[in-house]
Ligand binder design. Structure first.
Ligand code: SF4
Length: 510
């Protein structure tokens, strides 16, 4: 039908939308006799998809901590010379995508503070807090607010830990401070000789413990253990603090676990070769595709993935439907990894910068296109148009997650609620908006079943609006919240309102 792709809001036709973005990856090593900086470098390499704005590594040798960090990809920040100069037996690594505070050198991690007794503390954080304003007030009362220009919830946490550690030591300080922090946090931190890891009581983000022959590793994903040759031991439990030093590994509980793991990690965020809560992410995505084929069948000639995150679900859809799987889109894997700003002429190429169609495969075919999720709908709109221009007879879009209708406050940067295409349109409205012949989303029930996790142990708030960690009514939780406070601009971020946000900063949160 001609009007399927000539009607609907098409403001920037070929512009792909930014993909949902993780906020960070963390990695830690305690391994005397090993090149811990290089191990951390490779660990961060495996976690690069979780944060591509800045990277940093701190190394401690029993006497001092040295932090090296900068804006850029892991491979841009570190070279052989820098890594060789970072000597010690404890390392903390971090790759950042900003969800609180701007993209500045000061906000790159690991953060660093000294205690009143002169010992150091470096910290890497994956997640997002929901009581940052309250923590900031406490830090202000203690006189330990930012002295280094940092404007992140992670810096506030570091300041509170360092302030508390002065008289009781870091381990005891962590056991007292962590229960007062609300939100999503996986922490890897160290002083001069001990590596620590902690996970919030809801365990929203993944964090795993691995074993080296001569030490221990902590990482956001199991894939990062594999790359450094560490064997998987177990997950860091929600509400658990781990300390590793010459006395061995100690585990303490600072809160009762109430698991609410992020369901979207299975859909898109985590690497396919990672396992979360014992379930392979790749296997989950294939199973989602199989269930999608049962829930939304259609006659077609070829099942094609939107590479690469749509590939496992497309394999599953092909298995479930009996329709052949094929490659119709080739991804330019490196184009999103440049810091060179494209000119307007190049920008107008839009999705063509990232994906190129294989015309000889597409021409004359009825296609089922499988993607992981839809946020604003711009990518799918541009894709459908590209496939039609390449000669597709029909384009049926299948999505391996339910409609994203709510923002995430626990560490994922989607878009404002107003920008989410599923928030303003019904299914047929979205189909018309993206110009597809048909559109089907997998159901929430099927997605949860594919993850093999009990529903009660998952967060699915971006699909349901039911937030498992309470969001205070009047919380100020905009991305630039702390910058607003620094400037004395009360309310520079909008108060939290689940619908009808007013300020862009708050909308783009977390
Ligand atoms: S709201 Fe969505 S993206 Fe955020 S933690 Fe929950 S499931 Fe994950």
């Amino acid at each position: 039908m001609a009007d399927q792709f000539t009607t609907g809001p098409i403001p920037s036709f070929d512009q792909p939308e930014p993909e949902p973005r993780e906020e960070c990856g963390v990695f830690g090593v305690w391994a005397p006799g090993e090149e811990v900086a290089k191990l951390t470098y490779y660990g961060l390499y495996a976690l690069q998809h979780r944060g591509q704005e800045a990277a940093g590594i701190s190394v401690a040798d029993g006497h001092q901590i040295v932090v090296f960090k900068d804006l850029g990809l892991v491979s841009q920040v570190f070279d052989e010379q820098v890594l060789s100069s970072l000597r010690g037996h404890v390392a903390v690594g971090h790759c950042r995508y900003s969800t609180t505070g701007s993209t500045t050198w000061e906000n790159a991690q690991p953060t660093f503070r000294t205690t009143a007794t002169g010992s150091g503390l470096s910290l890497g954080h994956n997640g997002n807090l929901v009581n940052t304003a309250e923590l900031r007030d406490r830090a202000t009362a203690l006189g330990v607010t930012s002295r280094n220009g940092a404007t992140t919830d992670s810096d506030i946490m570091t300041a509170l830990l360092a302030a508390s550690a002065a008289d009781k030591g870091l381990e005891q300080a962590a056991l007292e401070v962590l229960p007062t922090i609300r939100g999503a946090y996986c922490l890897v931190f160290s002083d001069e000789s001990t590596l620590y890891a902690a996970r919030d009581p809801h365990g929203v983000r993944p964090l795993v413990l691995g074993r080296l022959e001569r030490g221990w590793v902590v990482a956001s994903e199991t894939a990062a253990l594999d790359i450094v040759g560490a064997s998987f031991v177990r997950e860091v439990e929600p509400g658990e603090l781990i300390a590793i030093d010459t006395d061995g590994l100690r585990s303490s509980r600072f809160a009762s676990p109430e698991p609410k793991g992020c369901l979207f990690e299975y859909v898109y965020l985590a690497r396919p070769d990672t396992s979360i809560s014992g379930r392979s992410v790749h296997a989950t995505r294939v199973e989602i595709g199989r269930r999608l084929a049962v829930e939304h069948p259609v006659e077609a000639d070829l099942v094609v993935p939107v590479p690469e995150s749509g590939t496992p679900a497309a394999i599953g859809y092909a298995q479930g439907s009996g329709i052949p799987f094929g490659t119709a889109l080739v991804k330019n894997a490196y184009v999103g990894r440049t810091f060179i700003q494209p000119s307007q002429t190049i920008r107008q190429l839009g999705i063509r910068l990232k994906l190129n169609p294989l015309r000889e495969v597409i021409r004359g075919k009825r296609l089922i296109v499988v993607d992981d999720s839809v946020v604003r709908g711009n990518t799918q709109r541009a894709l459908v148009r590209m496939l039609r221009e390449a000669g597709a007879l029909e384009v049926h879009v299948r999505i391996a997650s339910p409609p994203v209708q709510w923002p995430c406050f626990y560490g994922i940067d989607f878009a404002s609620r107003a920008e989410l295409v599923a928030n303003g349109l019904d299914l047929d409205g979205i189909r018309r908006s993206i110009g597809a012949d048909s559109l089907g989303y997998v159901s929430l029930e099927a997605l949860i079943a594919a993850s093999e996790q009990p529903k009660t142990r998952l967060c699915a708030a971006c699909f349901t609006g039911e937030y498992p960690i309470e969001l205070p009514d009047d919380a100020l939780i905009g991305k630039h919240l702390l910058e607003g406070i620094e400037k004395g601009v009360a309310g520079s971020a909008a108060p939290l309102q689940p619908a009808g946000y007013g300020a862009e900063d708050a909308l783009r949160r977390p």
